[in-house]
Design a binder for this molecule. Sequence first.
Ligand SMILES: O=C(O)C(=O)C[C@]1(C(=O)O)C=C[C@@H](O)C=C1
Length: 288
Amino acid sequence: MKKIAFLGPEGTVSEESARFFFEGQPVEFVPYKLITDVFSATAKGETDASVIPIENTIDGSVSLHHDLLIHEYDLPITAEWVYPSIQNLIGLPGAELSSIRKVFSHPVAIGQCREFIGSNLPHAELEPVSSTAEGVYLVKQQQRQDTAAIGTLLAAAKYGLQVLKPTVQDHKNNYTRFILVGSRFSRMEGSSREKTSILVTLPEDYPGALHQVLSAFAWRKINLSRIESRPTKKKLGSYYFFIDIQERLDTVLLQAAIEEIQAIGCQIRILGSYSSYSYEHKKENSEV
Ligand SMILES: O=C(O)C(=O)C[C@]1(C(=O)O)C=C[C@@H](O)C=C1
């Protein structure tokens, strides 16, 4: 059976989203404490693929995860899906909101609930931890009525704690985009569109290089869904451009665009060509 690494312990948003994505597939989910361990499990061959949160509606791109993919782990992106991040305030049974003085959660989840925390828990100290479920686990361990965590319903149930307040994220449309890196799986139900991700390094001292890169896509009417710049870490002002393209890699048009970009001296690394699944589309399919 294929093994899927995710950010643990059990009960994270990553686990919820992976279970949703692989619903009905014979796979085994394996939790890892740190996101670097999630990447390296597949790089070392302990698992077949890793689930990586890459972007969130409220908090934006997860820079660390982009950088790990760029600099540390040469693993292809083999699928992408979107999943709602529904956060809940979780504590010991009977705990009162007004007495909460400490809240554990993943920094991204804290970022998603800032307004709620400001208005409802103004005196609480915020303690960032390695995942939302790690925070819920710590509340269970510490057994304190004045301590809570922001996490999933799955984690509240797993650790036998109470949901003190459900859906505390500041915006209803709080979605996270997850990528799968490592092995390729057969096509899931509910595929929406094909995408390719590339990493472009511009030639030095070439005025207008980025403009030329973008125009290679523009005049061919190739749609880009995202451009993210990340430092190359070699010197200040030097960047990689992470580009998501709404086209399969093997199309004539995209191949020609890539050749044109290389011809002006850019370096291109293909990060993956994969199916992208939207939440609604996949959900509709699984409900039929
Ligand atoms: O801590 C978790 O539950 C995770 O799965 C990690 C993570 C993230 O890194 O963005 C994933 C989605 C949530 O929106 C918040 C945190």
